[in-house]
Write a protein that binds this ligand. Structure first.
Ligand code: FPP
Length: 237
């Protein structure tokens, strides 16, 4: 079924790219092969989002908890990200995608940090935006925002009673990015896993039974159709 042309696509879609490990296991492949296929799925879906006119795509690429995985798996994911960013930098003028990173990048290798910095700098004027959540945790993001506000209070910039939802949001990685209307989690898991805790207050969640490396443009259409069927009331009637 084609997407309705009358209903607007969400301007911001966020995705928990889950199921890479299971996809690899089903094929008797190492987990890193699953992540490589997950990286290809990301390219496919990012391109499709652009075709649909989605303005912001946020993907959970590496969480603050993912460091608990084996050294081999962590370094495999980091290598994939490095390779992807080098290619993205080379193709910048063709793809015209603005890159942002949500997360504490200080724990990444200096080389990867530099690639992230360069990608942000080189792409800042493009208007379709991809936010990579890298060493990201929703709780960690809120704690860091609270600490930054406390520092500003200590410096006399604000008083504690100045704090509003808007002001706290301005300290988050996502400051100036609208909240996602739609959050998709493939792979059959039904958890939020510390993803965009603040920003998801009124997001519609769509959980799907497909593993991320198999995720297709048709699956994205299905998620958007499901989103169109929802009746968003934002606490009203
Ligand atoms: C979750 O699946 C996936 C990750 C922790 C890593 C996601 C990383 C990528 C898709 C590669 C990033 C590269 C680019 C270019 C975006 P899982 O490993 O938890 O799967 P499982 O639940 O089946 O074990």
């Amino acid at each position: 079924m084609a997407l309705s042309e009358k209903k607007p696509v969400p301007q911001h879609i966020a995705i928990i790219m889950d199921g890479n490990g299971r996809w690899a296991k089903q094929r008797g492949l190492p987990r890193t092969a699953g992540h490589a296929a997950g990286g290809e799925a990301f390219r496919r879906i990012a391109n499709y989002c652009r075709t649909l006119g989605v303005k912001y795509l946020t993907v959970y690429a590496f969480s603050t908890e993912n460091w608990k995985r084996s050294e081999e798996e962590v370094s495999g994911i980091m290598k994939l990200l490095g390779k992807y960013l080098r290619e993205a930098l080379a193709d910048m003028e063709k793809n015209k995608v603005c890159f942002r990173f949500f997360g504490d990048l200080s724990r990444l290798s200096p080389e990867l940090q530099k690639l992230c910095e360069e990608a942000v700098k080189e792409s800042k004027d493009y208007d379709v935006q991809v936010n990579f959540c890298l060493n990201y945790g929703g709780r960690d993001e809120i704690v860091k925002a609270a600490a930054a506000f406390a520092r500003d209070v200590a410096e006399g910039i604000y008083k504690p009673e100045d704090l509003t939802e808007e002001l706290l949001a301005s300290y988050l990685y996502s400051a100036d990015v609208p909240d996602p209307e739609l959050i998709i989690r493939p792979s059959g898991e039904m958890r939020t896993s510390n993803f965009l805790l603040w920003q998801s207050a009124y997001s519609e969640y769509v959980f799907m039974n497909v593993l991320w490396p198999d995720f297709s443009p048709e699956d994205l259409d299905k998620a958007i159709e499901e989103y169109h069927r929802r009746n968003r009331r934002f606490g009203g009637t």
